[in-house]
Design a protein around this ligand. Sequence first.
Ligand code: ZN
Length: 417
Amino acid sequence: MKSRWNDEDAARYMEAARAAGQNEALGLRIYTSRIIGGDPDLVLHGGGNTSVKVTAPDGTALMHIKGSGWDLDTIEAPGLPAVRLAPLLGVRDGPKLSDPDMVALLRANLVEPDAPNPSVEALLHAFLPFAHVDHTHATAILALADQPDMQGAVKRIYGERLAYVPYVMPGFDLSIVADRIYRDHPGCEGLWLENHGLFTFADDARVSYERMIEFVTMAEDELAGAGVKLAGPQQSDGREDTALTARLEKALVRDGSPFAKGVVLDYRSTPAIRAHAGKENVEAIGQRGTVTPDHVIRIKPWPMVIDADADDAAIDAALAAYAERYRAYFTRNAARSNEPKRMLDLYPRVVLVKGLGLYALGATAKAAKIGGDLCEQATRAINAAEAYGRFTPIGEADLFDMEYWSLEQAKLQVAVR
Ligand code: ZN
């Protein structure tokens, strides 16, 4: 992976920040956030987050952190709201905060009270004692992070440069665990998040960003060294079976469906998607889960899989089987939750056509496109993961906790508006 850093662009963003009466460091943060967001092999659609710590003119320590509803590739200053840092650091060694308490703490410390909600990872960004913190879900990292027992391999590849964080659900718990691991490994330059992604940090914007690029490149080299070819982003070039699309549409647009008012079927067939869809065990692989936790809120835990020649009856049967599986998944997992959960709809967001391609489903073209883009990346990560070892993402219980996490559901509400 190549660094997109350019001195002239960086200077331009610093100058723009100065002209707007903002801290230069915020200008640089906007710049490196955008070059991260501009690479679909680092983050997609609201995934990943970035922050910068600055000192206000009155001496208050502040952190600008990515706000909900913003994408890194188009971020502007309002998308990086400032929060007062000291109260955030105050909870580091305190009792566990509930989700609502954590959100309340973050909101109460926003400098602009009407700013968007700070990222659910804001506390982890706050705890890390560096001006710049960068977090991505890079494709090459996911191919390796979704493997069983990678701790030794991460150590072999990165030595002391990365500290290994076992999977913990994002939010307060991850912030506490990751901070503790960071403090046990002072001098590390980043955190490897099992089944999730990567953090890098430094006081210098460029160093933090280029560490991200370097660590992703090292993951690419690890894959290549194992004979695994990780494809870059691909355009859809396979022919869509419009008769099949029409049959699917007919089956999906019906009373009681989330698509009762219409469905957008975003068809994708790239070489990587066809390689995935052509695997004998594609259905079993798909059942394992999503490549990074927050994909589950957009594409559900698994795709629905159909044959290329599925007729109306076969599609109805597949939808019924999907609904049954989803209901069982909900019932099993809601039972161990300590708060009541309301089941979402029973329909898939991805329909995989064996051997051919996949449809991402959305009530709007935007939702369908986001789903399609996530699948485009995910299939490349899964293919590489399967070639390297065994694609092993978070399990069902963790997927459920993420899908039914009130904070993620709230994020989706912001995103669809
Ligand atoms: Zn993340």
